[in-house]
Design a protein around this ligand. Sequence first.
Ligand code: FE2
Length: 436
Amino acid sequence: MSFRNLLLCTTLFSTLVARSFAQEQVHLSLTGIETEMHVSWAESTGTCSSTGTVTYTPLNAVNSQYTQTVSGKSYLYKTGMATPICLWDATMTDLQLNTPYTYTLSNGNRLTDITFNFTSAPDNQRSGGKIYAVYSDLGMMNDISLSQIVTEGTSGMYDMILHSGDYAYDLGTSYGVRGNDFMNALQPAVATVPYIGAPGNHEHAMNFSQYKSRFYAYSTLAKNSQSTNMMYYSFNDDLVHFTSIDTEMYHYCNGTATLCNEQVQTQLDWLEADLAAVDRSKTPWIIVLGHKQGWMDSIGKANWTVIANILDKYKVDLYLLGHQHNYQRTLPFFPDGTAEECYNDDYSIYTDCTAMVSIVVGSPGCREQISKGSAPASVSAKLILAYGFAKLQIHNSSHMHFTWEEIAATEDKVTGKLTRRVDAESDDLWIIKNSH
Ligand SMILES: [Fe+2]
């Protein structure tokens, strides 16, 4: 073997070792407690290291007295996987509020340490209020929005990323390799800001095993919001009470009819109790995440009406969902399907509405491409059949600003400079409420 080939083999071996011995799929989640941040990561080595720790410290700490270390818990996940992955979870506690932190993941001397940054809650120092990136139905093939989500998320443009179901297409595809690749692709962004989700139909395989394992962090949010099921939970974030619901239990239930009905009722009871307990003087806005709405398949209009009546009773402001692969938003409308006349001429400002607005953010890009399904015409305010994702900014207790933009860059062949296409689609909505 020539020296050059030997060097190439050595480099390749080192790369493979570094790859297989590095923590990966790092992502943050909240716990529902302001002074905590949850971090999850994986090892794709087929086994679990004996220890896994997170060391975290305020970014600008002048000495090490503020450095803390917490041990993680591991779980070797094998179901449907070509190679078992070790999933780690740990909660960073006793955080100073509104403080930038750095954190390092270590697994004894087996793995290379890896370091990220995040800012502790409530992180409400951004001029104009907190910003949330919003989408659902994001895959690894035809992933039109992925690079922009990662670039912007990593650069601090968002405080949180909200994903209303259907991940990777699918998390379990190719014996879990698709899920690993998806979580690694998002890692730069979701290791920096919390990644908050809800289950979609694409997670249903093996009783939602991939979703439940990779996002086990949501079990902490569930526990801290009195939910007995990690598939639905809630938490407060600055001026918003977020509630994430499971719309898939209506279609995918492995038990008897009695058991499935009980499961549905348990979520409804929890949802009502959760919304009834919201203190609107502290979190004036209520935003619900879920995957489907009543006009879509496999949930059923009657089932949805029961949910919609609860959301209406507690004056939920906004429902963020997906499933249909397009962008659309409704007028504020009541559970009986009638729109509330509280909007301006071009539907871009909703003022002092009492009915809920639904927005479908289902077209960041996936292998199933764009679909045409839409809300009933009587309540539809906007429908865009193009790829993109949304940003939501909570300015204050009375003003919420929602924007959606098509991913539509054209590249100058000489300079390589990217310019937004002049005919690119977009949407802009203000929701104004002088009382909640
Ligand atoms: Fe879906």
